[in-house]
Design a protein around this ligand. Sequence first.
Ligand SMILES: Cc1cc2nc3c(=O)[nH]c(=O)nc-3n(C[C@H](O)[C@H](O)[C@H](O)COP(=O)(O)O)c2cc1C
Length: 184
Amino acid sequence: MKEIAERRAYRGLSPEPLEEGQIQRLLQAAHLAPSCFNKQSWRFVAVTGDALTGLRETLAEGNKWATRAPLIVAAVQKPSLDCRLDEGRDYAPFDLGLAVMSLVLQATHEGLVAHPIAGYSPGKVRKTLGIPEDYVVQTLVIVGRKGSDELLSDWQKERETGPRQREPLEKVAFRNRWPDPITG
Ligand SMILES: Cc1cc2nc3c(=O)[nH]c(=O)nc-3n(C[C@H](O)[C@H](O)[C@H](O)COP(=O)(O)O)c2cc1C
């Protein structure tokens, strides 16, 4: 599928604002994701315009590139709102991940970059956005059009055009029984 092949965690962004309709479509795409027992435990805070000023200060040094984004979506979950099954199966982070991927694919379809990050202070994000204490600030999704790489470090600039880096498929996928090879 084109969007899966074309999606990359690009960091060079344009600060040009997004259309309101685009923002709504991204959130709708997230909200149409499947979830355990249809619990829909995900919560999103879409941040634009002047409201981004405080949020930018929560970013880790290595994520300076994200300060150019016209939209940052805080993706949040609370384990008790979702299925909690035996053997450590807490489905809130899983369901939020499905929803974020749906948002990312919609963004890619619209020619946008949507890049989830973990490099921020969750406590500061919570305070800045008024997110209640019992929600986990799981990721910030950095969204915008592709643009200048002026805020990128050298290695980040290289990654913009470098090949995809992945483990061999045989290391992560097995056929019929762990760890049998995927091809016969
Ligand atoms: C949960 C998560 C956290 C990430 N955190 C960061 C981050 O803080 N900063 C960053 O530049 N990229 C971050 N990334 C992007 C990954 O580094 C990137 O997806 C990975 O290197 C694979 O590259 P690709 O998405 O272009 O295939 C994160 C990705 C995920 C899914």
